[in-house]
Write a protein of this length. Sequence first.
Length: 644
Amino acid sequence: MSISYYAKLVLGVTHEQSAQYIFTEFNKEKGYMYALNPYSEHFGKLICYLKTFGGKGVSFTGDRKEFLGRGGSVREPEAMKFEKLSDTVGAGFDPCLAENVKINLDKKEEKYILIALGQGETFEEVERVVKKYNNEFKAEDELNNTKNYWQKLLNTIQVKTPDKSMDILLNGWLMYQILSCRFWSRTAFYQSGGAYGFRDQLQDVMAINYVDNNIPREHIIYSASKQYLEGDVQHWWHPIVDSGIRTRFSDDLLWLPYVTTDYIQNTGDYNILDEEAGYLEDEPLKEGEDERYNIAKISQKKGTIYEHCIKAIERGLKFGSHNIPLMGSGDWNDGMSTVGNKGKGESVWLGWFLYSILDKFIPICEYKSDFENVAKYNELKEFIRENLEKNAWDGSWYRRAYFDDGTPLGSINNDECQIDSLSQSWAIISGAGKESRVKEAMNALEKNLVKEDKGIILLLTPAFDKSSLEPGYIKGYVPGVRENGGQYTHGSIWVILALTKMGYNNKAWNLFNMINPINHAESRLECQTYKVEPYVMTADVYTVDPHVGRGGWSWYTGAAGWMYRTGVEGILGLKFRKSEGFTIEPCIPDEWDNYDIYYNLEKCKYSIQVKRGEKRGLWVDGNKIDNKIIPFFKDGDHKVKVVI
């Protein structure tokens, strides 16, 4: 048999831009091919390598035209007609790495071929890898190590419910999506990025906290180092290159205190507040300058995480004429980029979000004996709540924002975007909305934004199209696509989370089940409509004909983290209580009689059975627990029974 491996080389952004600068070589002593692009500004010293282990008579080429043939393709490479490759390497070719080996197989004989494709910073590093994998058993060991890592991590929390589609998502796929795609690679087929987003990865680590506390802790400290001395932050940045973008987005900076308080709530680790992180220094954005992309100077000044959080909160406490927080050049919805970029527009959603942050951060201030801010933030959160009720209520739901000129957005008086889901869901998530109003607002949301016949929860309606409203680049999307009136899944999950907080168990479960991607692919026809992977969350789902129900970009979306939290915490009710332990506070549908959670916490294993019954209460290892907090044990197997 003849076995060939071929890799087209980019070593840059696009093949067409970088191909002319790449050269290939073959290390005869160690038997591997390698390639460099010395003209790459930041990655010119990195060595891309290819090594085939096993087989005999290795031949190679760095010339793509030789391997594929003129006008050829990987479907039928020209090289398959040759006895061997030409051993051509060097510069001036359309570059590739390709190797061919031969093997002979006797009857019922089995042989292994291992192919290593990678990149290293030095030739010594490359050769260490080549030496390490120079036998099939080591490769098998490392593959098993990888499998064991994922098995242990994803088995931290396992659930068994009456709904198998929920189990499949919560027992592996969502956390795998969060960690491997969202947090580590930060790239996928539909969005090839690699950058860290300040708000993006901070939200992701809130879900990772369920399985590994170290990752969120380290990332909170790392994110703090991307804060400017003035308190605002880089919207996103590229590691290694250290280039990033400074914007007037109003919510980015506020995710630092939000996620820090969430981390402490889940771990009881107040020590993180005393960890230090540096700042960035740069000239502030000038008047009329909405954003700037550059490499910012790293400041000599440092601050504790507590100081970074306070700086972020203080920067966010800016209000407009309705005493609602300023929107800037966008809040959570980047596409609303011209609602408040002149410095006067206000965000209702940001008001609820800021209330939530102040509410959660006041106990942190008390812990730090910062009583001045305790008093100040107590007063400010009530100021925000009162003015949202006074100036954001539209009669049947909460408005979304006010433009720079004072025009309301998310109002019945608008031709487009009469209602937006975020203002309704966060009125509940924040705990600030008036009880009678949030019920009315959620009823309006269900009536206008939930499309059960299509399995979709809209972000807003009607979509922006032909009205005089100019909210920003959101209007550039086709009506019914992404943020512009489609299902923007991240926001849809907040609707479900809000329903769980209201105790609307059947409604919450129905919508969770409805947007579960597995349930969009139960038949061949549904697969042809949905079109994307049914085992990961999509960022959006189209609502425009003829593509109603089609999934937008998949994998790389913050919806995965919130879906995990809403399932585990909102519906199944697993909630941490700092270092004391955890509780089970379900919001399950009436049709469920029972479910199980298996929680593996270091040396401790909890088997949790939740069922309906007349004798309500919580028992741990047969002992009734009156305060309903399941304690953290050092080790052992423990049985927990919860009767609801």
